[in-house]
Design a protein around this ligand. Structure first.
Ligand SMILES: Cc1ncc(COP(=O)(O)O)c(C=O)c1O
Length: 452
């Protein structure tokens, strides 16, 4: 059967890789030409195949090619594209009403999503949530809440951090090119600390575990002053910065330090949340309980929604009217989130992420053994990565990462790169992907390395 533009998406899509043209094919190339004349150059593409349908673990393009999806639209479609419960709930909602603005006239779906966030995020205490449109907006609002509640200004962030593309979140993001170059001046009172990055810590992983927390807290003391810090914001597993997993003890230690110093501990779980790492949230792995958690991406099966959830005393410190936005918590996006959360629970996607780790991690380690260009294999659940270096060194090799990614794309496997040095290949399959596609995708990756 040939897949064409009329193929409906969702889980019923044939779960197989099928290449019928070169990648990208002629229709995609035609659309890309149109795109060049109509869309700003500042938006780039990992792989310029134009999509006509997607579901389960595949993405189908306008030429009829079916690609294996190891990206989930950057950790968004964890429940799969057009998942049944998302489609049902969205369809019902869109026929009822599409918008009133929660700040004008509220609706139940928003309240229900906040109840679910309060229930699912770490910590048993009284919580409140507020909804927004994007991850960056959630981070901005978490900082607003922390500043308002503490009466302090400073925000502490980390090397390799990524928090978004708005002015404040650009300031909080570490990497200059492409995110910040030429876009300053940036928001002030943002202070960057070294990240507990085991592979790149001077002296290696053991030294990282032994030293990182002291280094960070000493620097905060010396350069900022604890009494001036409103919030420490950290991704429990860093996303765009290279899937950096801090050593055991670092996050709990940081949370304890924040609590002792009246600093709001904000976990940015925008990429790592919603079952992705084999827990509901990456913080759960070490029983870390943040004061505030930011969420987005996986929350709503592909519709734009984000949240800030946390201690009621902090969230409710803000005066009525101090938080909000026209579209934040749009009813259709809320319906999608409720469908996505129901799917995660019904289909045990926490367990599915762990199963993906059990299949992928040993294979990635095997590939690493055979390829000295791989310096590190890391991650948790279905948030896994390999870091490429010049063999025998830790010098980043972005060209090799790009070459492997391109080879995978040409063979019908959609993979993403990331990392401050652009030398990390990351794997974020939809949590509903089947083992045959995972195995086939890993085979394509293996093959790409053998031809490097
Ligand atoms: C950890 C983290 N925070 C914030 C953001 C920004 O989210 P958005 O692109 O929805 O604004 C991202 C996006 O990649 C992210 O990974």
């Amino acid at each position: 059967m040939s897949l064409n533009a009329a193929t409906p998406g969702g889980p019923s899509l044939p779960q197989r890789r099928n290449l019928v043209t070169e990648i990208p094919g002629p229709r995609s190339r035609g659309l890309f030409e149109r795109r060049q004349h109509s869309v700003a150059r500042g938006l780039s593409h990992v792989l310029p195949v134009f999509v006509s349908a997607a579901g389960g673990g595949v993405v189908v393009d306008v030429d009829g090619n079916s690609l294996i999806d190891f990206g989930s639209g950057i950790a968004v479609t964890s429940v799969g594209n057009s998942a049944d419960l998302v489609v049902t709930r969205v369809t019902e909602q869109v026929a009822q009403f599409t918008h009133t603005c929660f700040m004008v006239a509220p609706y139940e779906g928003y309240v229900e999503v906040c109840e679910q966030l309060n229930r699912l995020t770490p910590g048993d205490f009284d919580k409140r949530s507020a909804l927004f449109n994007s991850g960056a907006e959630a981070v901005e609002n978490a900082v607003k809440v922390a500043r308002h509640a503490t009466g302090r200004d400073a925000v502490v962030v980390f090397d390799h951090a990524y928090h978004g593309r708005t002015n404040l979140t650009m300031a909080m993001t570490a990497k200059n090119m492409p995110y910040k170059e030429g876009f300053g001046p940036f928001a002030g009172e943002v202070y960057r600390m070294p990240m507990a990055y085991p592979y790149r810590w001077p002296g290696g992983p053991a030294a990282c575990q032994a030293e990182a927390l002291d280094v960070v807290t000493n620097l905060i003391h010396a350069q900022v002053g604890e009494e001036n810090v409103a919030a420490v914001v950290i991704e429990p597993i860093q996303g765009e910065g290279g899937f950096v997993v801090p050593p055991a003890g670092f996050l709990p230690g940081l949370a304890t330090y924040c609590r002792a110093n009246g600093i709001v501990f904000i976990a940015d779980e925008i990429q790592s949340g919603f079952c992705r790492t084999g827990n509901w949230f990456a913080c759960d792995a070490e029983n870390v309980v943040p004061d505030l958690v930011t969420t987005a991406k996986g929350i709503a099966g592909g519709l734009p929604l984000a949240g800030v959830t946390g201690r009621a005393d902090l969230m409710d410190a803000v005066h009525p009217g101090g938080l909000g936005g026209t579209y934040g918590g749009n009813p259709v996006a809320c319906a999608a989130a409720l469908g996505a959360i129901e799917t995660m629970e019904k289909e045990d996607l926490v367990g599915a992420a762990k199963a993906i780790e059990n299949i992928m991690l040993p294979r990635l380690r095997k590939i690493a053994e055979a390829n000295p260009v791989i310096g590190d294999v890391r991650g948790r659940g279905a948030m896994l990565a390999i870091e490429l270096v010049k063999p025998g060194t830790t010098d980043p090799d972005a060209a090799a990462a790009s070459k492997v990614a391109k080879a995978c794309h040409g063979n019908g496997l959609l993979v993403l790169t990331c990392g401050t040095y652009g030398n990390v290949l990351r794997f974020l399959p939809p949590l509903v992907i089947g083992q045959p596609l995972l195995d086939e995708g890993l085979g394509i990756l293996e093959d790409a390395f053998s031809k490097l």
